[in-house]
Design a binder for this molecule. Structure first.
Ligand SMILES: Cc1ncc(COP(=O)(O)O)c(C=O)c1O
Length: 450
């Protein structure tokens, strides 16, 4: 496996103009694959001009691959789109969705501010060189040590979740600090229960009728610069009216300089699904803001999933194929690197990426290698009859896959490569067995010497 980045050019490949060839699996999955997808004459998927075969050989599998050109384009859709509609605005990258140092760098280069939740994401952002003034520190249970770390680092804004946090902040604050208050807007988001965060029973933020007391405390403190309110109704939300409803509800809390209306825009995961365009989402928020918020207020949004999901795919290799009652196609990863499936029942697509031209005549259970029957990556994937060694791509796995990857069954966290203009660069290396052993005491050296 390579440890350095290397140019990997796939000389002959076609970047299909949309729509992609009809009657092919590639055509069916075109708008859940990264924007810069294409194919070689032999029928292998290319991403950013690099064939997945070359990527598998150079970096191994499982592998997260990110189309950097499509990613940057999507970031600009958010920044430019919001600025055109509401000039006094700011777009934050919700970095929990893909917390890789290389991704924080792209966010910073493209002009995004960054949402961090916890000391770990703070460290990653600082390591990437993100301007601390453009960091927004979230979390419903920030510790005193984390608050001190944020103050020492010069984090621009802390989003206060509750009054216990204010107690801690009062103990550690030594300089003026900008603050927002997270408020529950009373919107039950139409999404999986584990992703809904804006309903009245949410563990995040304070109910609107308790916000006033916390705001008074911040306003009374000489070092606390209270700027406004924050809300976040949840994730993978496909009904844009819900964002507008949240804006309307929050307006009743009061008149402030800033309203951060959170993230949550959903994306299209399967070919039969529809998701709103970024433009429609922005229209919905801004129309509600025009109707309910002060004209001079600053509006902020915090997309994560909708920035990185489509740009990223996961590449696997088929390890075994069983044709019993069903067809089981098992790959060299699974639940350990796609936790979202188990947490949220998210449905995904999959494609045999080095046999694009072959008809998809078999219905397969794409399964992983973890010891759970629930380790089912795709239920009834449409494949040509799969063979050991085939390369499988799971599209739309740029968000919340790498970040939730874990060491279940001793799995190693996959590497991340960014592809662009026919070249690939390693952004996060694959974990090694030495990494796996490193935290155990007394110190252990991996027997394989890795
Ligand atoms: C406070 C906050 N903002 C933004 C986000 C990003 O959400 P999404 O990735 O759905 O856009 C999250 C994720 O849950 C969040 O908790």
């Amino acid at each position: 496996m390579a440890t350095t980045s290397a140019p990997l050019t796939t000389a002959a490949h076609t970047r299909h103009a949309q729509p992609a060839p009809t009657g092919t699996r590639l055509g069916e999955l075109w708008d859940v694959l990264p924007e810069e997808s294409g194919s070689t004459p032999e029928g292998t998927l290319t991403l950013g001009g690099v064939s997945v075969t070359a990527l598998a050989e150079e970096y191994g599998t499982p592998l997260h691959i990110v189309d950097e050109t499509g990613l940057r384009r999507q970031i600009r859709r958010f920044i430019d789109g919001l600025r055109e509609r509401w000039p006094n605005s700011e777009v934050l990258y919700a970095s929990k969705s893909l917390p890789a140092v290389g991704m924080y760098r792209v966010a910073q280069e493209e002009g995004l501010s960054v949402d961090i939740a916890g000391g770990g994401e703070l460290q990653l952002a600082l390591a990437a060189g993100v301007d601390p003034a453009r960091l927004y520190f979230h979390g419903n249970a920030k510790t005193e040590a984390e608050l001190r770390m944020a103050l020492d680092a010069g984090v621009g804004t802390i989003i206060v979740d509750n009054e216990d946090e204010l107690d801690r902040l009062e103990r550690v604050i030594t300089r003026p600090q900008r603050l927002l208050l997270r408020v529950i807007p009373g919107v039950e988001a139409e999404t999986h229960a584990s992703q809904a965060t804006g309903g009245n029973d949410s563990k995040f933020g304070l109910p609107m009728d308790q916000a006033g007391h916390a705001i008074d405390r911040m306003r009374a403190h000489p070092l606390m610069e209270f700027e406004g309110v924050h809300l976040h109704i949840g994730s993978q939300i496909l009904n844009t009216r819900q964002f507008a409803q949240a804006v309307e509800n929050i307006s009743s809390v009061g008149t402030f300089a800033t309203y951060d209306v959170g993230g949550g825009l959903g994306v299209k995961y399967t070919y039969d699904e529809q998701a709103p365009k970024v433009e429609d989402y922005l229209d919905s928020i801004v129309q509600a803001a025009r109707a309910h918020l002060p004209a001079e207020a600053k509006i902020m949004i915090e997309p994560g999933r909708a920035i990185v999901a489509r740009a990223g795919v996961t590449l696997y290799r088929v390890v075994s194929v069983k044709r019993t009652g069903k067809v089981f196609v098992a790959v060299d990863g699974g639940l350990a690197d796609q936790m979202d499936i188990a947490l949220t029942d998210q449905r995904y697509e999959a494609i045999i990426a080095d046999r694009l031209t072959e008809p998809w005549t078999e219905e397969a259970q794409l399964v992983g290698r973890q010891c759970e029957s629930g380790d089912l990556l795709v239920d009834r994937a449409a494949f040509p009859p799969a063979r050991v060694g085939d390369l499988v791509v799971m599209p739309t796995t740029g968000a919340y896959a790498y970040t939730m990857s874990n060491n279940y069954n001793g799995a190693l966290k996959p590497a991340i490569v960014f592809v662009k203009d026919g070249a690939a660069r390693l952004v996060t290396r694959r974990e090694t067995y030495a990494d796996l052993l490193a935290t155990h005491e007394p110190a252990i050296t991996a027997p394989s010497g890795q």
